[in-house]
Design a protein around this ligand. Structure first.
Ligand SMILES: [Zn+2]
Length: 582
């Protein structure tokens, strides 16, 4: 048989695993698992829910988000056109379907991602919907089940999509604190920002047979390392062998397994009526009232008080941010801080040279400083892996953050990384989970956290050090969900379109200040930091002190609550807001 007629296409389907031609009805009866070779075909969210939950038990959460294009993103197609096509193609308003249901009689809140919708990408609306699902689980005191299928964060929403990794993670942190079970089910494929946040920082991680999960995709890793990848790399069995998932489950057993796991959490439910529903609000407060939180206004005011930096093309800014003469974390430790004592090691078998950290003093006060380390010469850059942290680097940072909290010391992070290490070994050692754990821990850390984007803030690797009470940014630093080259290669698709991608991504300090991703810009002297490192250090010290001192008197519980409010507003609150000036 050569070509298949359209009519036959509806009746028959070819297995991606063994190329057998299968009768569609028979395939669906077999849960879209090939009866010949066992290949698990991808499922849309509605079909997944049908297979997973008890019939008639599903109660969908409302989809109340308007169409949105928060940063007016245009590549070869305007983003709203891509959204419209995805909606028409799937019949879904967004890339996730959320609801409550029972599985084997056990109640749970579920968020199920749909890869058909813009690659299951995590944008503001998706993050908002999953966060609301987690909040519903908290209100009802039921477990949360996330079924992931995603290529990662949604490039078309720039850093706002990156922020969703923190927003959903802090909702998971809330469930963790409340003693409620969280489960993620990895389905094929789960990558990037989704892998490096809520897909792996849940209590239990199940992988469906045939699923692949990782921080960096195989194409990127091959490109960066120039090596062929090991057989079965990033597959469910690989993940199990490397200790990254609790179990690999065949689709036909998934419902039974989930039911058994949820049964263990049934005792969490008190015999009380559920909390009355209220309109979901991005500013919803929990815990005790202790005065007004610094809302968006306070952040906006701080931004306005800053002198308006001269407008520079985004691509020029990218090049300045990557300048080899730009001061590094060790330079700042020498110039901004005093008495730095470096602490090494993740205590699990590694010490990553791309992350440095330790105790230091800032104007006489003890602080924990953690930062990415690049270098000025090629030899230094190579020795430091270009500031790309391995899982050991993220786990060293995690250890130091927790130590700081125990000692009652504030944490200052200096972010300067093209991204987390996209290598084979990094994947084997759980890069996604290492980043995810840092993000989650920072949303719970009971001590002040101040982050400064000093050079390149590259995606999840940057966010792993940047979930903070205050986020500052040097004037010519950049902070982005993906590198301009990576974005250009995927969307244009042509790496030479990197300058256009840099503009579209809104990655400069003034634009991120306007979006509320960054609270304050630290002005650079002369043309840029590398021209006058001493003056840059003075300005950075002044900015650190001005932002840190007010945090020192805030009770830890209040700090954490406000930090979560800061990241909570990147969902619906931003979804309807346009970026303003271009
Ligand atoms: Zn097959």
């Amino acid at each position: 048989m050569t070509a298949t007629a359209p009519r036959e296409e509806r009746l028959w389907s070819r297995c991606a695993g063994c190329s057998s031609l299968l009768y569609r009805k028979r395939l669906r009866r077999n849960l879209d698992v090939c009866p010949e070779c066992g290949a698990h075909a991808r499922l849309g969210a509605p079909e997944r829910l049908r297979q997973l939950v008890d019939p008639g038990s599903l109660c969908l959460l409302p989809d109340l988000l308007p169409a949105t294009d928060p940063i007016d993103f245009v590549d070869v197609l305007p983003y709203p056109h891509r959204l419209t096509a995805a909606r028409a193609g799937t019949g879904l308003p967004e890339a996730v379907v959320c609801g409550t249901a029972t599985i084997g009689g056990h109640p749970a809140a579920l968020a199920v991602m749909d890869f058909r919708f813009l690659g299951g990408s995590l944008g503001s609306a998706v993050g908002e919907l999953i966060t609301r699902t987690a909040e519903r689980a908290l209100d009802d005191r039921i477990p949360l089940v996330l079924v992931t299928a995603s290529g990662g964060a949604r490039m078309q929403e720039g850093a706002l999509s990156l922020m969703q990794m923190a927003t959903v993670s802090q909702a998971i942190a809330g469930l963790r604190e409340a003693g409620l079970l969280t489960v993620s089910v990895l389905t094929d494929p789960t990558y990037g920002g989704v892998a490096a946040s809520f897909a792996t920082n849940t209590d239990l991680v199940l992988a469906e047979s045939g699923a692949r999960m990782g921080f960096a995709g195989p194409r990127v890793i091959r490109q960066v390392t120039g090596r062929e990848l090991p057989e079965g790399f990033q597959t469910a069995d690989f993940l199990l062998r490397h200790g990254q998932v609790d179990m690999v489950v065949q689709r036909r057993s998934l419902r039974g397994r989930l039911s058994a796991l949820l049964a263990a959490a049934d005792h969490c439910r008190p015999n009380r009526p559920p909390v009355p529903r209220q309109e979901p609000s991005p500013y919803r407060e929990r815990g005790t009232g202790d005065g007004p939180a610094p809302a968006a206004d306070a952040v906006g005011a701080a931004a306005v008080a800053e002198p308006q930096p001269a407008v520079r093309d985004a691509w020029d800014t990218v090049r300045i941010a990557r300048h080899p003469g730009r001061p590094t974390t060790l330079d700042y430790l020498d110039s901004v801080f005093d008495g730095f004592v470096e602490l090494h090691g993740d205590r699990l078998g590694g010490d990553c040279p791309a992350v440095v950290g330790g105790l230091a003093k800032l104007a006489g006060r003890h602080v924990m400083v953690i930062g990415h380390q690049k270098g000025h010469t090629t030899a230094e850059l190579v020795a430091r892996n270009f500031g790309m942290a391995s899982p050991a680097g993220h786990r060293k940072a995690l250890r130091l953050m927790r130590l700081a909290a125990r000692l009652g010391l504030p944490v200052v992070t200096l972010v300067d990384t093209p991204g987390a290490d996209p290598g084979v070994s990094a994947e084997e050692h759980g890069q996604a989970a290492a980043i995810a754990e840092n993000i989650l821990t920072l949303t719970m850390l009971p001590t002040p956290v101040l982050a400064v984007i000093t050079g390149e803030g590259g995606s999840g690797g940057a966010l792993a050090l940047a979930v903070a009470d205050r986020v500052l940014m040097l004037q010519h630093a950049v902070y982005s969900v993906i590198s301009p080259e990576g974005c250009a290669a995927i969307l244009w698709p042509d790496r030479r379109a990197a300058p256009q991608a840099a503009r579209a991504l809104r990655l400069t300090a003034p634009e991120l200040c306007r979006l509320g991703v960054v609270d304050e810009i630290v002005p650079e002297p002369a043309s840029a930091a590398h021209d006058d490192p001493a003056e840059t250090a003075d300005r950075l010290r002044a900015a650190l002190l001005a932002n840190l001192l007010p945090l020192l008197d805030v009770p830890p519980a209040t700090l954490v609550r406000r930090r979560r409010q800061r990241f909570r507003r990147f969902g619906a609150a931003r979804a309807g807001t346009r970026a303003g000036a271009r």
